[in-house]
Design a binder for this molecule. Structure first.
Ligand SMILES: [Mg+2]
Ligand SMILES: [Zn+2]
Length: 179
């Protein structure tokens, strides 16, 4: 039974400040509102995932081991604020043809299958066009942060506002049990 919606988050520029590249744990600076926004999703029983393009691995800027360390640091920081991410998936490719690099929806499709998520009841929040295209292509509702430079369902300033938009949505997605 797949009647559960989820929230997919892009990482850089959504969860953490992306003015500087994140190549090691010390580079990871969460926005001041991130932990609380994610906790709001946790409290509302929305499985919350991060789907992130990390082509820097293929390009040799950092290794998948480095990325695991960065994500361990991310989880740790959230944990101290009683918030959690249910799963993190990344695409390590850049030039290499793959099905996971956004704007392709591969990471969302993978998570939906793994966690029994209904994509039509789900949301993708991103700060760049490929995030919105991946979300739309997977059949999710989409929220674009920042400039209105791509067609999304909603536009918000930041993750905090995006989470409020989801929680106030008249669709009340996670309350729907049957159609
Ligand atoms: Mg981004
Ligand atoms: Zn990939």
């Amino acid at each position: 039974m797949q009647n559960k919606g989820a929230v997919f988050l892009d990482r850089d520029g959504v969860v953490n400040d992306n003015r500087k590249l994140v190549n090691k744990p010390e580079d990871l600076i969460l926005y001041s509102w991130t932990a609380q926004a994610i906790r709001r999703l946790n409290d509302a029983h929305f499985p919350t995932f991060i789907v992130t393009n990390q082509g820097g691995i293929e390009l040799g800027y950092f290794t998948s081991r480095d990325l695991e360390n960065i994500h361990a640091c991310l989880k740790q920081q959230l944990q101290t604020a009683n918030a959690h991410i249910d799963d993190i998936v990344y695409c390590p490719h850049y030039h290499h043809p793959c099905e996971c690099r956004k704007p392709k929806p591969g990471m969302l499709l993978h998570l939906a299958q793994k966690h029994q998520i209904d994509l039509k009841l789900s949301w993708m929040i991103g700060d760049r066009e490929p995030d919105i295209l991946a979300g739309a292509s997977a059949g999710c509702h989409t929220i674009k942060l920042g400039e209105h430079d791509v067609i999304a369902d909603y536009y918000c300033e930041n993750l905090r506002q995006a989470v409020e938009t989801i929680l106030q949505s008249p669709l009340r997605l996670n309350d729907i049990k049957e159609y």
